[in-house]
Design a protein. Structure first.
Length: 372
């Protein structure tokens, strides 16, 4: 793995507040990748009306919650395991699989590497390359897998690149991995933000591949990181049973279970979120594409990765400019394979996005007329 730099992460509001003396209420968090609509009105009512649920233990098997997830994903209850956020499920999966050698498609989220390392496994990253638009080049990956790998881990869409692997390519990759006895873990945290989740998701491949585990959560799309609710999808019953055996009982509290049941049925909120993100993603990508100082990579999720191509300043320099205006972006220097000239930001409400676009234009004058 490459040496990473210490930078502010999307959840580091307290550290930024202390460093820059900006009250957190005045910081717009473009680094958090959370749905700008906030929690839905239906969820707020459900939690208020059922607050007394905390006086009793939740169902230990979370049958109703898993039924809701099954309806939402088009799977079966038996293929679903709920957990205390996807972080717990990553930990349980790696404890169960116990890979000796794991390949992680990078740059990406660091928790996979940590959990594999805690189990004594060796990790290495397969770099997605900027010249490919950070798309997966399967021909380059194949010989790496043939060298001997127990687990392949990928985030789809990937964070921080916002690139995506289509279902047809996933099918080919899973077929190869099944032949090589490689288990594949696909983190679909951002899948609901894509234009066509069914086309990008690996869910439809579950029936054909027992070497596939899909991880999802509610932190980003449903704007509920504090609930710590995630779920795993897998057709390998023995793997799920062993993960459940290792899981502490009642790791999901009663309100989180109720929230999940409400969230996955809230079709209006889901539709409004997708429409908003789709419109802002298209608008912002088009605008940034006109700036000669910048190279935005085609986004598939609710955030975009941008490269400062002329090296007129570093991402850390631009972070400093933006945060002094109350706009918190993500300097990507802490990610493997990304140097000092990449930054990422998520799509928020149009008026908030306009503030950041104005800041970008001021820092990197494009010479273009101001249009949306």
């Amino acid at each position: 793995m490459n040496t990473k730099k210490n930078v502010f992460h999307g959840s580091d509001i307290e550290k930024i507040e202390e460093r820059y003396h900006i009250p957190r209420r005045d910081i717009i968090a473009f680094g958090s990748n959370v749905n700008p609509l906030g929690i839905s009105p239906g969820l707020r009512r459900a939690l208020q009306e059922q607050i007394d649920a905390i006086t009793t233990y939740p169902d230990r098997d979370y049958k109703t919650l898993r039924d809701c997830i099954a309806d939402y994903t088009g799977t079966k209850r038996e293929q679903i395991m709920a957990g205390n956020g996807s972080t717990e499920l990553i930990s349980l999966a790696m404890q169960t699989i116990r890979p000796k050698r794991a390949c992680i498609l990078g740059p990406t989220y660091s928790e996979y590497e940590r959990e594999i390392g805690l189990g004594g496994g060796e990790c290495f990253s397969f770099p997605l390359r900027p010249e490919d638009g950070f798309a997966l080049n399967a021909a380059r990956l194949r010989p790496v897998l043939l060298e001997g790998v127990d687990v392949l881990v990928m985030c789809n869409p990937n964070n921080p690149t916002s690139s995506i692997i289509r279902r047809t390519q996933l099918n080919e990759l899973l077929t190869l991995c099944a032949q090589l006895h490689i288990f594949v873990v696909v983190d679909e945290t951002y899948i609901e933000f894509t234009d066509d989740p069914a086309e990008a998701s690996a869910v439809s491949l579950l029936a054909d591949f027992s070497n596939l585990l899909i991880l999802r959560g509610v932190s980003k799309f449903f704007a509920a990181p504090g609930l710590r609710l995630g779920y795993a999808l897998c057709s390998n019953n023995s793997l799920l049973e062993e993960m459940k055996r290792r899981q502490d009982p009642w790791t999901i509290n009663s309100l989180a279970a109720i929230a999940g049941e409400q969230m996955f049925r809230d079709s209006d909120y889901i539709a409004r979120t997708r429409a908003l993100i789709r419109a802002e993603r298209t608008r912002i990508y088009r605008k940034l594409s006109k700036n000669p100082h910048l190279h935005p990579f085609v986004p598939s999720a609710n955030f975009i990765l941008v490269q400062i191509v002329d090296h007129s300043m570093t991402a850390a320099d631009f972070f400093d400019i933006a945060i002094r205006r109350g706009l918190m972006i993500r300097d990507c220097a802490s990610f493997d394979f990304l140097e000092d000239y990449y930054f990422r930001f998520c799509f928020l409400l149009p008026e908030q996005n306009d503030r950041l676009l104005a800041c970008i234009e001021e820092a990197f004058p494009s010479g273009q007329a101001e249009t949306n």
